[in-house]
Design a protein. Structure first.
Ligand code: DGI
Ligand code: FE
Ligand code: FE
Ligand code: FE
Length: 187
């Protein structure tokens, strides 16, 4: 699918600041894909659609989780975690994106997972470091992202876990799995 068409589809699903975030994630993903040898068109497409489901009603997302082949334990965790897995399925059904690598990157963009592909890492990291983000420690991750994809992803994952723990929030198992697995590949 052409970029303009994809952007027009996603723009209708999002509020303006979220659409602008999407454009920045797209630019950052393409840059990281070039640098680390992921498919640039796949990175572009996954980034454009990564937050597709972000503003869907919670009840609707819940229905998809119950009715479809999605991990049911998502329902025991914060609804912020639902828009990735549900979004990937919606993008497949409603938009007709069928590339499993692109859909997987959309699915895991919030938590990460074990055995992330280079494309998964590119989208996950781009979402974290896009120029509009101001998380504590993000500048350090941006710097590392120029040299070491795994380490930068691990740092993003670590910072997110630290933030969640400091706020007494639940941490989804895949978030920990990503952290542990990335730490292994960082050496
Ligand atoms: O959709 P975005 O805002 O662009 O970014 P995202 O999909 O990475 O979502 C980030 C939010 O998800 C951020 O507030 C942290 C939260 N998050 C990530 N992992 C977990 C989590 N929240 C909970 N409760 N548990 C997690 O494991
Ligand atoms: Fe997201
Ligand atoms: Fe993220
Ligand atoms: Fe995002």
């Amino acid at each position: 699918m052409q970029r303009d068409k994809a952007l027009a589809i996603v723009e209708k699903q999002l509020k303006k600041p979220r659409y602008e975030h999407t454009i920045r994630v797209m630019d950052t993903s393409i840059k990281l894909a070039k640098q680390y040898g992921a498919d640039e068109k796949k990175a572009e497409l996954a980034a454009i659609f990564h937050d597709y489901a972000k503003y869907r009603p919670l009840e609707e997302m819940k229905r998809w989780i119950i009715a479809e082949q999605l991990p049911k334990d998502l329902l025991d965790y914060h609804h912020e975690l639902w828009h990735g897995p549900v979004g990937a399925l919606m993008v497949k059904r409603e938009v007709g994106i069928s590339d499993p690598e692109v859909l997987h990157s959309i699915s895991v963009h919030t938590t990460g997972c074990v055995g992330m592909s280079v494309l998964d890492k590119v989208v996950f990291l781009a979402d974290y470091i896009e120029p509009g983000r101001a998380f504590p420690g993000v500048d350090e991750v941006r710097k590392v992202s120029e040299k070491d994809l795994d380490k930068a992803c691990w740092m993003a994952s670590r910072n997110t876990i630290n933030m969640l723990v400091s706020l007494n929030r639940k941490v989804y198992p895949d978030t920990f799995h990503a952290y542990n697995d990335l730490l292994n590949s960082t050496g």
